[in-house]
Design a protein around this ligand. Structure first.
Ligand SMILES: Nc1ncnc2c1ncn2[C@@H]1O[C@H](COP(=O)(O)OP(=O)(O)OP(=O)(O)O)[C@@H](O)[C@H]1O
Ligand SMILES: [Mg+2]
Length: 332
């Protein structure tokens, strides 16, 4: 199953699109199967990937409206990097999508559900405002990364987003996780960049990525040439910084997989009675919305099942603390 990650912040021009494009480019270059999704009707990710937004045959809107299938809309940039493109037409359709769809918050989740096994990573470039498309992104994500640039006071943009996250997690997507914060456009010669980094470190000590992205003109140039930084200038600071970020991003993923396998193994060592008890505890922690979905489970219940596994693993963590059993691995 793909890891679905929203790159998001409730503020324009922080580097969300640049981060999505270059992280997708790096992962695809290293053999991961990657789907980049342009959730912003400005279409900046579509342009960054080298496509003209005005001459698209199809866009993600066709999928949301159910007019075309995934394979008709997808753009295969190369074998490992695919794109769901977007353009301004989607912005004008926002109101009617909201009004006429059966499940307006799950448009993207429903589009992705049948192709989740095709990809290792699905990376979502979110618009700067919290509206239908950002909510759709969070509702379809396994996790999200905050993209913060130092030119404003970050907590101002993070606080309202955090409230949105809590709402989405409790009402729409119980398994949504806060992956971390990547700082972009840093210039540590300025006091302001340093101050912002220390504010983030203080408020989110375990969430701030060690990697950070410096100001680098090659990143801007790469986007205007429709290339990733690794294609445009692999020797630039921009390429170096995004490589660092992507490597840290993958490492966390690997650790999560190990953790999940660990809990699964522990679960399987328990007797059927003990297993049932743990599942009962886990079910009690699920929101009414998710519970209802599990009771009426159909073929498309993978997201709901995942929510239950997350809660089950929280119970198992109390019985078999991961850190105590994996000290060697955690220190490595
Ligand atoms: N590290 C960087 N150094 C220099 N320029 C950058 C850097 N990161 C992004 N840029 C440039 O800054 C501008 C804004 O970046 P980007 O489009 O990635 O932000 P965004 O958060 O997606 O914006 P929006 O909210 O409008 O979608 C772009 O022109 C981009 O090329
Ligand atoms: Mg953008």
């Amino acid at each position: 199953m793909a890891k679905v990650v929203s790159f998001i912040i409730q503020k324009g021009g922080c580097g969300k699109t640049t981060t999505t494009a270059n992280t997708a480019g790096y992962l695809a270059m290293h053999g991961f199967q990657v789907l980049a999704v342009d959730m912003d009707p400005q279409g900046n990710l579509t342009q960054h990937m080298g496509y003209d937004t005005e001459s698209l045959d199809h866009s993600i809107l066709d999928l949301f409206e159910g007019q075309y299938g995934f394979d008709e809309v997808i753009l295969q940039r190369n074998e490992t990097l695919h794109l769901l493109p977007n353009n301004l037409k989607t912005a004008s359709a926002e109101f009617s999508l909201q009004k006429n769809s059966l499940n307006p918050d799950f448009l993207l989740r429903d589009v992705l559900a049948p192709v989740m096994n095709r990809y290792d990573y699905v990376l979502l470039d979110c618009p700067p405002a919290i509206g239908l498309f950002s909510i759709n992104a969070l509702a379809a994500s396994t996790e999200f990364v905050l993209v913060v640039s130092p030119e404003f006071f970050p907590m101002k943009a993070i606080k309202p987003l955090y409230e949105t996250f809590r709402m989405v997690k409790s009402k729409l997507n119980h398994s949504l996780q806060f992956n971390g914060i990547i700082m972009t456009m840093c210039d540590f010669r300025t006091r302001h960049s340093q101050e912002v980094r220390s504010i983030l470190k203080k408020n989110f000590p375990h969430k701030l990525y060690n990697a950070y992205i410096r100001m680098n003109v090659s990143l801007k140039e790469a986007s205007s040439y429709g290339q990733t930084i690794f294609e445009y200038n692999p020797h630039s600071f921009g390429a170096f910084d995004y490589q660092n970020f992507a490597e840290e991003f993958i490492r966390d993923h690997h650790k999560n997989i190990c953790k999940k396998q660990y809990y699964q193994q522990k679960f399987e060592t328990l007797s059927p009675g003990e297993q049932n008890q743990i599942i009962m505890f886990a079910e009690q922690s699920l929101s009414a919305f998710v519970k209802n979905g599990i009771d009426n489970a159909d073929d498309d219940s993978s997201v709901l099942h995942e929510a239950l596994v997350v809660e089950r693993n929280k119970v198992l963590e109390k019985l078999f603390p991961y850190r105590m059993n994996n000290l060697v691995e955690d220190q490595s």
